[in-house]
Design a protein around this ligand. Structure first.
Ligand code: PLP
Length: 378
């Protein structure tokens, strides 16, 4: 075999789009952070993955324990009970609901059901890079809408990227990593304009938005012919480790997604824990209050530190802080806080870091640590 020949069959057959490097790099685990920053694991405060600072709903934990003797059973491949509960909560029916191993799995169902190889899948930049990874994995073309500070989307910016091959548009509400929320009225205008594409409102963080019931696009799924909503149990409901999310859409769209979905993609432990988490209104309320108070506190406290500036309009359980005014790159700031035991993300944009909202104790500790690192740097 000459040097120019591929090494084996896999190299010869693999999609060209899969030869590019992986895009989405998950945040460090506590163990990885502990090793990198030489801080013992119990001292690490993880503010890097937009998790629920209060942990899972106690009711969901009880359900998981009670399911141990059921582990040999196959799950309900249609999640009838969970879909009925979600449908009712959203003023829809279970025929408007599909579920997946996290909402990210459903994004892949949407791409595969409603586009062909070579078609264009649109998302914002910066945004959640998993859309682009899934697009490439399915041999579609990723098209980005470039956003500049203050990272607000406009209808014109979407219009500028639409072509006759546009099939799916993922709009992240609130966006990750910017935490900005595209207003519902603008989302609706975009969906009306892009009527030949499926327009998805990714609402992984929507519960954290002020008056979120007024902001969700759920009311549009039966009003417009091309809207879907994805949601997750990974954030406000605090069970990312169980891998469960859902999408809302018109009944015919949901039926097509069921034809793409692997039969037993989500176990009954996750389905039943999700129902318990949905019904635990007290835990959700406590979570939303913790996040909203923490977000207000961190906004005010970071903005009071010379050289630091919070990106306005945060509506998720995280904020973006501009650190270049303090004479540091995002990476330097992230490493300096890491050495203090606070794990954040500095690898999305050169001037900004992304910080998840913690408990009030964690938030106050973070501000004190920030003051220490800036004193050392000056
Ligand atoms: C914007 C956005 N959407 C979706 C997800 C995926 O969530 P999951 O697959 O856990 O439901 C994330 C996870 O971080 C996210 O940031």
């Amino acid at each position: 075999m000459s040097d120019s020949q591929p090494k084996n069959t896999f190299e010869r057959l693999v999609l060209a789009t899969l030869q590019e490097p992986e895009l989405y790099v998950p945040g460090l685990s506590v163990e990885e952070a502990s090793q990198r920053y030489h801080v013992s694991p119990e001292k690490i405060v993880k503010l890097s993955s937009n998790e629920n600072p209060l942990g899972p709903s106690p009711d969901a934990m009880k359900v998981v324990e009670s399911m141990l003797t059921e582990l040999h059973r196959y799950p309900d491949s249609k999640a009838l009970a969970l879909r009925a509960v979600i449908g009712e909560k959203e003023g829809l029916t279970r025929d408007n609901v599909i579920f997946g191993a996290g909402s990210s799995e459903i994004m892949s169902f949407i791409i595969r059901a409603f586009s062909n190889p070579g078609d264009e899948i649109v998302c914002m930049d910066p945004s959640f890079s998993v859309y682009t990874e899934l697009t490439k994995a399915d041999n579609r073309v990723s098209v980005q809408i470039p956003l500049q500070p203050p990272y607000q989307l406009t209808k014109e910016a979407v219009q500028a990227v639409l072509t006759e091959r546009t099939r799916v548009i993922f709009l992240t509400r609130p966006n990750n990593p910017t935490s900005c929320l595209i207003p519902l009225a603008l989302f609706e205008e975009i969906a009306l304009m892009a009527k030949d594409a499926v327009v998805v409102s990714d609402e992984a963080y929507v519960e954290f938005a002020d008056d979120y019931r007024q902001q969700t696009a759920a009311s549009l799924v039966n009003k417009l012919p091309n809207v879907m909503v994805t949601r997750t149990f990974s954030k406000a409901y605090g069970i990312p480790n169980l891998r469960i999310g859902y999408a809302l859409g018109p009944a015919n769209a949901i039926q097509y997604l069921f034809r793409v979905k692997p039969k037993w993609n989500v176990g009954n432990v996750a389905q039943k824990a999700a129902i318990a988490a949905l019904n635990d209104a007290a835990h959700l309320e406590k979570t939303l209050k913790t996040v909203s108070e923490g977000r207000d506190y961190l906004n005010q406290a970071f903005n009071a530190i010379p050289g630091l500036e919070v990106l306005p309009g945060a509506q998720g359980n995280f904020i973006m802080v501009k650190v270049s005014g303090a004479g540091m790159t995002a990476e330097q700031f992230t490493d300096a806080l890491g050495s203090e035991g606070y794990i954040i993300r500095g690898d999305f944009l050169p001037d900004y870091v992304r910080i998840s909202i913690g408990t009030m104790n964690e938030n106050q500790g973070l501000i004190a640590a920030t003051q220490r690192i800036l004193e050392q740097a000056s």
